[in-house]
Design a protein around this ligand. Structure first.
Ligand code: SF4
Ligand code: SF4
Length: 302
């Protein structure tokens, strides 16, 4: 059985890029249904009238071919991306990772970093007011985000302004309720509890990734030639006389990994190429006075 992963917070170039992408994608997702175009919602897949509005374009069921072409282009884009950059889409833009990132952020703010979260989980529920208070606050924040996400998703299928009124008056129809409920539940469970299990065991993209990848694919890579033999040492120690590589075996790269994998064991299909271990290791290298890039994005043939 999988053990629960408590990823440690990390800062650095890739953490910043990931956060910027989270903000950009969520600004689009939450904001788009509120934009109007020609006195109607700009983007709407209206199930009631069987029409799909995309700014100035209106598509009917007989135009389904355009949707098929769009899906085909999306698949091609994903295949090309993974052939060139591995699972970079998973690490930076996949909704599962994006929502997990948001939920992690809330968790860190409310419960603290990884060790504080571990300690909190070890406390018994019975008689621990602190645990009830902190966990309760976290679940409340998660539920609010999940509800807003479910509502926004439903707002792409039913005019969002009318949806506000029907929600306030408890008059959503069955389809709206179903979409709203399912998407809310999925967001809450996937981002709050299933997290890396979705990427490891459920998502088909990780499974066919090995088919699309080759020696020229740029992926997160641990430079074993430089890092091994690994071993702890003080900052002042002469690693050459100790016959040690650059890896100080601190384990920080593993602690920050939300997939719970050790990149030093070589390529693993679970790696989503998020770059968190790169940021973490670069900080360690800086502290030790070594050059950065022991873990980096690299191609096998270069
Ligand atoms: S963070 Fe870098 S130095 Fe530390 S264990 Fe990982 S690879 Fe080695
Ligand atoms: S090994 Fe590194 S790049 Fe891969 S998922 Fe873990 S932290 Fe991200």
């Amino acid at each position: 059985m999988d053990v629960k992963i408590y990823p440690r917070a990390v800062s650095g170039v890739f953490a910043k890029k990931r956060m910027m992408l989270v903000l950009a994608t969520q600004a689009i997702f939450y904001g788009l249904p509120w934009i109007n175009w020609n006195y109607r919602q700009a983007v709407l897949c209206d199930f009631a009238t069987y029409k799909f509005y995309l700014f100035g374009i209106v598509l009917w069921p007989q135009d389904l071919i355009y949707f098929a072409i769009f899906i085909l282009m999306l698949v091609m884009f994903l295949l090309l991306t993974s052939a060139n950059f591995g699972r970079i889409f998973c690490g930076f833009a996949c909704p599962e990772v994006v929502y997990s990132e948001i939920f992690f952020l809330i968790e860190r703010v409310i419960e603290g970093d990884w060790l504080a979260r571990k300690r909190l989980d070890c406390l018994p529920w019975v008689g621990s007011f602190t645990k009830w208070r902190i966990k309760g606050l976290k679940y409340f924040a998660w539920i609010m985000i999940a509800l807003w996400t479910g509502f926004t998703f439903t707002g792409y299928l039913s005019p969002i302004r009318q949806l506000v009124i029907s929600t306030l008056e408890f008059q959503m129809n069955e389809w709206e309720l179903l979409c709203f409920g399912l998407y809310t539940l999925m967001t809450f469970c996937n981002a709050g509890f299933l997290r890396e299990k979705i990427c490891k065991y459920i998502c088909p993209y990780s499974r066919f990734q090995s088919v699309t990848m080759g020696r020229e694919t740029k992926i997160v890579f641990y430079d074993g030639m430089r890092g091994e033999p690994r071993g702890g040492r003080s900052k002042k120690a002469d690693r050459l006389s100790m016959a040690l590589g650059d890896c100080v075996d601190c384990g920080v790269c593993l602690q920050v990994c939300q997939m719970g994998i050790d990149i030093r064991n070589g390529f693993q299909y679970m790696c989503i190429d998020c770059g968190a271990c790169i940021d973490a290791c670069n900080q360690v290298m800086k502290k030790m006075g070594y050059s950065s890039g022991l873990i980096r994005y690299a191609r096998e043939n270069k």
